[in-house]
Design a protein around this ligand. Structure first.
Ligand code: MNH
Length: 445
């Protein structure tokens, strides 16, 4: 067995906090972890977290006979919002399997085919906005697009976000509660008890508002006699899920179903604006595959192979759900030399895993051709994990890929994507990663 390395400036009591900020925990860990190899630890007060940063160890952790999902502290705090919804459910909760089985049919290829038309309609709203001209805030517009898409496609509910000048109250409540839950992770209980009263009260109000809106959507659907082939219809018709669980799933899907896809689209647009030769090739593909069609057919989206590689490569460099945790099912040894006891967990830090020089030549460069089929086949399995791993991996993966490829194809075909030449990528961290302050001035081709 071998000791696991840690950052050089480990202070007594507080731990590895030198040069770190609570606003950028992921990027701090990337910086501290570089040069420490495929596994390292960070210590915060009395909590020491093991980070995995290499491809080979990530592949080992994907072995479901030895490891399972663990709710890391940053995810566990979201139980207050998502409860026993799919993302925050414990492995042992029977509602996880029950809801998973009910919802899987909502994510098949056939289901995606059924969602395609609505996705096209929502994308058209974005286009109408961009057609009005001027500079656009990319992350904000992508968030509007993806939230509106999951609302309408999943639950038949429109936030009418493209028609509003201020955020929908549901969106404010959602963001407010997320911010509170995450911040609570970093404040001391005593400080919270003394000064946290108003924030706590606001949190309760936000949660109550979320529940109220969701209950209204459910009531409306029941009033129409239930049914429908979307996610809500599947849950109501199954009879397998209780009221509270359905509410937790709706909130979970509205959050998990938009934040990450929004960031992925924003990073992809950033890299497209920085690599004109890539944008040119992607656009040529869209022109060839979509031809003169006003809007693409379902099959024409999956045929955008190169656009898809742009998305894959953006998610390699900036996996927008940047970490997931794995716990040992029984005592085991990781990498042949690090003992892990049953129940002990480690955090897979994807931005470093996806830059492991043993796996990815020139890891910092943006090169969609890394995802050409022959190069994918030449790589070991389980070293690229933007959607997590195993039975708790992302259920919405195909949904996100269809939605994002459709949006990128549509935008590439219609606009030249002109970014300010002096913008340098800044990554904002909340629940997920997003480019901060990134704007484009789309010009009609
Ligand atoms: Mn998604 C789980 C990443 C889009 C709904 N998602 C996960 C996990 C990752 C992830 C990583 C595993 C987390 C863990 O192990 O703790 N998800 C993404 C990314 C995108 C994404 C990078 C877009 C890009 N996710 C979506 C969309 C939806 C969705 C779109 C819904 C429509 N994701 C989920 C749900 C889970 C999940 C639900 C939890 C699944 C489970 O545990 O059963």
């Amino acid at each position: 067995t071998t000791a696991i390395p840690h950052p050089r400036w480990r202070l007594p009591v507080v731990g590895d906090v030198v040069g770190t900020s609570r606003r950028t925990p992921v990027q701090d860990s990337m910086r501290l972890g570089r040069g420490l190899g495929p596994i390292f630890t960070r210590k915060f007060l009395d909590l020491e977290i093991v980070f995995v940063a290499g491809g080979a160890l990530t592949a080992e952790l994907a072995d479901e006979t030895r490891f399972a999902k663990h709710l890391a502290p940053g995810v566990e705090v979201l139980r207050g919002i998502g409860g026993d919804g799919l993302f925050t459910a414990y492995n042992h909760e029977p509602n996880w399997r029950a809801a998973h089985d009910v919802l899987v049919p909502g994510f098949t290829r056939g289901a995606m085919r059924g969602y395609h038309r609505t996705m096209v309609e929502v994308t058209a709203r974005l286009v109408a906005k961009w057609d009005r001209g001027g500079e656009v805030d990319v992350s904000a517009d992508m968030t509007t697009l993806t939230l509106e898409t999951i609302g309408r496609v999943g639950f038949g509910y429109s936030f009418e976000s493209f028609e509003r000048s201020t955020a929908h109250p549901f969106v404010s409540a959602m963001l407010g509660s997320l911010r509170y839950a995450q911040r609570r992770n970093f404040t001391f209980p005593l400080v919270r008890a003394l000064f946290g009263g108003r924030a706590e009260e606001r949190y309760r109000r936000d949660l109550a508002h979320l529940a109220e809106v969701v209950d209204e959507v459910v009531r409306a659907r029941r009033g129409e006699g239930g049914g429908g082939s979307d996610l809500l219809g599947l849950m109501l018709d199954s009879g397998a899920l209780d009221e509270v669980n359905i509410r937790n799933q709706v909130i979970t899907f509205l959050i998990a179903g938009h934040e990450t896809t929004s960031g992925a689209l924003s990073f992809a647009l950033h890299y497209l604006s920085r690599h004109p030769e890539v944008a040119e090739r992607a656009r040529a593909e869209v022109d060839a595959v979509w031809g003169a069609a006003e809007v693409p057919e379902f099959e024409q989206v999956a045929r955008l192979r190169y656009v898809r590689r742009v998305l894959d490569e953006a998610l390699r460099l900036w996996p927008t759900a940047p970490a997931y945790a794995r716990e040992a099912r029984h005592d085991t040894v990781l990498g042949g030399r690090y003992p892990v006891e049953a129940g002990q967990w480690v955090l897979v830090l994807l931005p470093l895993v996806h830059r492991d020089p043993e796996v990815w030549p020139s890891p910092e460069s943006f090169d969609p051709d890394r995802f050409a089929p022959d190069r994918v086949r030449a790589r070991p399995a389980h070293v690229y994990k933007p959607f997590g791993t195993g039975e708790r991996a992302c259920i919405g993966r195909q949904f996100a890929i269809h939605e994002a490829t459709l949006a990128l194809g549509t935008l590439l075909r219609r606009y030249d994507l002109v970014a300010s030449p002096d913008y340098r990528l800044r990554v904002a961290e909340a629940l997920t990663l997003k480019p901060e302050g990134f704007t484009l001035t789309p010009r009609r081709r």
